[in-house]
Design a protein around this ligand. Structure first.
Ligand code: ADP
Ligand code: MG
Length: 236
């Protein structure tokens, strides 16, 4: 089967000469459909640089990246924008919801570019909100929701296009322990339903929830291992 992610020798260098920073140094890994991968490492280890490349928000200095079998380095800017909109669902630390706009309207947003009828957008957004357990909050605006609920709305928005990959950069970084659990249990459910998830975090208890843990240090993978836990069955 084609891996969802196939990353080979990714290197990212910022600046040059005296200011050169090798943010990623020959990073290689593959992830199959349905895997739940955590990428961990301390501040400055290259996590966000990797996330930006996996999310097609940035390009590597060298190396290749195949998303669902497609070499993204060969795509035009317009094709890349389509990949970002349809094939990848993003979740960020700062939920990035539109203020004074209902939860369901926020979730519908990525579908606006799909030329889809309003009723169908609404139906899909409600389905997505239901997946994160917030169908009953569809008409609430972000400031009427708790932090954990806002992040679950952001997860619903990320899922609404049925992306191949859910990519989350420090999704619990702004949340207390209760809200963190709320969001992590949504990720557990989504993964149990077959979603491919890559979560980037510096919090060990968050990384521990994934099936597989990739550790970065100074832009290199220093370990890549399966974790035992409730998701370990079948994760070979
Ligand atoms: P993390 O997300 O793990 O904290 P980053 O990927 O943000 O790490 O950064 C990795 C390294 O690359 C750090 O040394 C950082 O200072 C450097 N870096 C990140 N972005 C840039 C940039 N736009 N220009 C120059 N250096 C950068
Ligand atoms: Mg970062």
């Amino acid at each position: 089967m084609t891996p969802v992610l196939d990353v080979r020798d990714l290197t990212k260098i910022y600046g040059d000469g005296d200011t050169e920073v090798r943010a990623l140094d020959s990073v290689s890994f593959q992830a199959e459909r349905g895997e739940y991968v955590a990428v961990m490492g301390r501040s400055g280890s290259g996590k966000s640089t990797l996330m930006n490349i996996l999310g097609c928000l940035d390009v590597p200095t060298s190396g290749t990246y195949l998303l669902d079998g497609v070499d993204v380095s060969r795509l035009t800017d317009a094709q890349l924008a389509l990949v970002r909109n349809r094939r990848i669902g993003f979740v960020f630390q700062a939920f990035n919801l539109i203020p004074r706009t209902s939860a369901v309207a926020n979730v519908e947003l990525p579908l606006a570019y799909h030329g889809m009828k309003a009723a169908e957008r609404h139906r899909r957004a409600m389905f997505s909100l239901d997946l994160v357990g917030l169908a009953d909050r569809a008409d609430h605006e972000p400031n009427q929701l708790s932090g954990g609920q806002q992040q679950r709305v952001a997860v619903a928005r990320a899922l609404v296009t049925e992306p191949a990959l859910l990519l989350a950069d420090e999704p619990t970084g702004n949340l207390d322990s209760h809200a963190t659990e709320e969001v992590l249990s949504v990720f557990d459910d989504l993964n149990a339903a077959g979603r491919t998830i890559v979560i980037i975090t510096h919090e060990p208890e968050v990384g521990a929830r994934a099936d597989r843990l990739i550790k970065l240090l100074d832009g290199r993978i220093v370990s890549d291992s399966w974790q035992s836990g409730r998701h370990a069955v079948g994760a070979q």
